[in-house]
Design a protein around this ligand. Structure first.
Ligand code: NAG
Length: 261
């Protein structure tokens, strides 16, 4: 399905062999020189791939470190008061989509005048009793977000997605992000990691199926333009005002997308 696992190896082969070959035919370098050139070439390719993870292409394999690290779902918990300031009444009926959604839904349900639902995109293996009860009541659903969401258009005032999109390829993002916008009446909030951040424990890999792909903000902005989604400028201003008063810097990128008309 994905070309990711072999990307680095294929780059190495196709990139270096013709180069070394051309060199050979003109002069006769020592084997040491050839090896040296090969090593330099390999380092350049690794450097290129590493940069690529934050750069232009969504296809080039990211060399993410697999170890502890940032969770944007935890970041949502921290940002809820500021999202309330920015969205006001639009926080009345919230859908959260992402790993560990039970924690967000539980927190939102404690807020006054807020109804909350959750979509857990991966299996819930270690759900506590509170989470099991939310699933039992149908408040939290386990659903693969690569497929259409089981909700009518504008079912929620606000949709918040954290972490989950970082595990999808552009092909699925093309469908999933507009789906998230479809089910919201007032907007979509996307929380996504910064390129180079530590993310996804090794144990989580089997759950997510692939390592997180942390994309740069310029990548996301181009993606929004390509998929005809617009950022919500008035909300961005309010959110920035609210967070800057507390000089709160987010560990995750936060995007505010307008609803469909
Ligand atoms: C996603 O959609 C955009 C705009 O429709 C298109 O240009 C792009 O090729 C699509 N990407 C993939 C991977 O399907």
């Amino acid at each position: 399905m994905s070309r990711r696992p072999n990307a680095a190896r294929r780059f190495g082969e196709s990139g270096s062999i013709p180069f070394v070959g051309a060199f050979h035919s003109k002069s006769h370098p020592s084997p040491l020189l050839t090896i040296g050139l090969f090593v330099v070439g390999a380092l350049l390719i690794v450097g290129y791939l590493y940069h690529g993870s934050g750069g232009r292409s969504g296809d080039i394999g990211a060399l993410n470190r697999l170890d502890g690290g940032v969770s944007c779902t935890q970041e949502v918990q921290r940002l809820i008061p500021y999202l309330k300031k920015a969205y006001g009444d639009s926080m009345r009926k919230v859908l959260h989509v992402g790993p560990e959604t039970c924690s967000i839904v539980s927190q939102l349900l404690k807020e006054e005048d807020t109804e909350a639902w959750g979509v857990e995109p991966y299996e819930l293996d270690d759900a506590d009793s509170n989470c099991k009860s939310l699933v039992h009541k149908g408040v939290v659903r386990v659903a693969d977000i690569k497929f259409p969401l089981p909700y009518r258009p504008k079912s929620f005032s606000l949709v918040i997605v954290s972490d989950a999109l970082d595990y999808l390829s552009p092909k699925y993002l093309n469908k999933t992000v507009p789906e998230l916008v479809r089910v919201s009446s007032d907007g979509l909030v996307i929380l996504s990691g910064y390129p180079g951040q530590q993310r996804a424990k090794v144990a989580e890999l089997s759950k997510f199926g692939r390592p997180a792909k942390l994309r740069s903000s310029s990548w996301w902005i181009r993606f929004f333009i390509q998929t005809s989604l617009e950022e919500n400028e008035p909300v961005i201003k309010k959110f920035e005002q609210a967070t800057s008063k507390k000089s709160l810097s987010s560990a995750c990128q936060v995007f505010h997308i307008k609803p469909l008309h």
